[in-house]
Design a protein around this ligand. Structure first.
Ligand code: SAH
Ligand code: AVI
Length: 338
């Protein structure tokens, strides 16, 4: 295991430890991803680069939008079933991938606290400010809770998740973020996640958005207030700031549509006219034709069968699938087949 790039204990009583694995200059592999993605025949960028501090704020605003139902739907499942999840898992620890503000996770932490098993929370996120903020807030709100925060990329740094102790663990991957992987990468990733779990002891708690009316899906990714459009353009601002590029974010239109064949939402940025962009840090010059599109995110939607098949391909057996009353979103529990 490589040592962390920086290890900072922020609490003198040892309740909080935050390790960062994102070295300056190597942050989030932005340079490699931009070089790779913008020189492809169909330009694309991975969605993890949306989430600088501004991107994280915009995502929070998205979660409050009337059109964006996934956060409310997943929260309602947790509110209804957290006590039962606590009972079924007996978990003493939650490792959360892409933890963000951990707002919904509080519902589960409360249920584990009420069951008397809660001991440790391990948030893993690329946005350092989020990891530190939720470590401070959660230790203040849950007496005796230990937080071991990991500032890192869940695709590259899962080996730094601390070993599980004697009590059962839940690895939580909420919000439908699993849908932001392409299907092959999704199964590879789930296989890596399964390695964090002990058969018959630990569980994966996975949030997946469900296939539904395309009009409902498209509205959720193209809201009337234009917040998702700003979130989408934010990736260009990140590239301008980090790599000295001269993208004009406002000259790109937000595009979001449901691909009915693949059953995923695709977000793109469309150049409103011909454009030439310089990215000095990479020595890269990029041309956009008028109306050329850059893919920035896919957000796959699931059927119970797709979920079961993906989990099975990763060596995980579905033990429970819970949905909200309107059937919009699913939370599932699974455990390694051994
Ligand atoms: N789990 C929260 C947040 C979802 S938003 C919820 O359900 O509301 C996605 C989160 O994953 C963001 O906080 C983002 O910073 C984080 N993220 C995205 N890609 C990541 C990666 N490759 N590694 C670690 N965190 C990532
Ligand atoms: C984080 N992820 C699950 C969100 C989603 O719905 O795919 C990101 C997002 N993109 C646009 N709106 C929200």
């Amino acid at each position: 295991m490589n040592p962390p790039a920086s290890a900072v204990s922020t609490a003198t009583d040892g309740t909080i430890v935050v390790h960062s694995y994102l070295r300056p200059g190597e942050e989030r592999t932005l340079a490699e991803d931009v070089l790779d993605g913008l020189t492809k025949p169909f330009k694309e960028l991975p969605p993890k680069h949306f989430y600088d501090t501004r991107g994280a704020e915009l995502f929070d605003q998205i979660c409050e939008l009337p059109e964006y139902y996934p956060t409310r739907a997943e929260r309602s499942i947790l509110v209804l079933h957290a006590a039962q999840i606590a009972h079924a898992t007996g978990a003493g620890e939650i490792v959360e991938l892409g933890s963000g503000t951990a707002e919904k996770t509080r519902v589960l932490l409360s249920a584990l606290a009420a069951a008397g098993t809660l001991r440790r929370y391990v948030p893993v996120d690329v946005t350092e400010a989020m990891v530190r903020r939720c470590a401070d807030e959660l230790t203040a709100d849950f007496g005796g809770l230990h937080v071991h925060g990991i500032v890192g990329d869940f695709e590259r740094h899962l080996s730094h998740v601390p070993r599980a102790d004697d009590e059962p663990r839940i690895v939580a991957f909420l919000g439908g973020t699993i849908g932001n992987f392409t299907p092959g990468a999704r199964r590879r990733f789930l296989r890596q996640v399964a390695r964090l779990l002990r058969p018959g002891v630990d569980h994966l708690l996975l949030g997946t958005d469900l296939v539904k009316d395309p009009a409902v899906l498209e509205a959720a990714y193209d809201d009337a207030a234009g917040v998702t459009a700003e979130f989408n353009r934010n990736v260009l601002r990140v590239i301008n700031r980090e790599l000295g590029a001269d993208f004009e974010p406002e000259a790109f239109e937000h595009v979001a549509f449901f691909d009915r064949e693949r059953e995923w939402i695709e977000m793109r940025l469309r150049a409103s006219r011909r454009m030439h962009v310089s990215i000095p840090e990479l020595g890269l010059e990029v041309d956009f034709a008028a109306r050329e599109e850059l893919r920035t995110e896919i957000s796959a939607k699931f059927t119970p069968q797709r979920l079961r098949d993906d989990l099975a391909a990763a060596g995980l057996e579905l033990t429970q699938i819970l949905t909200d009353p309107a059937g919009q979103f699913a939370l599932s529990l699974s455990t390694p087949t051994g």
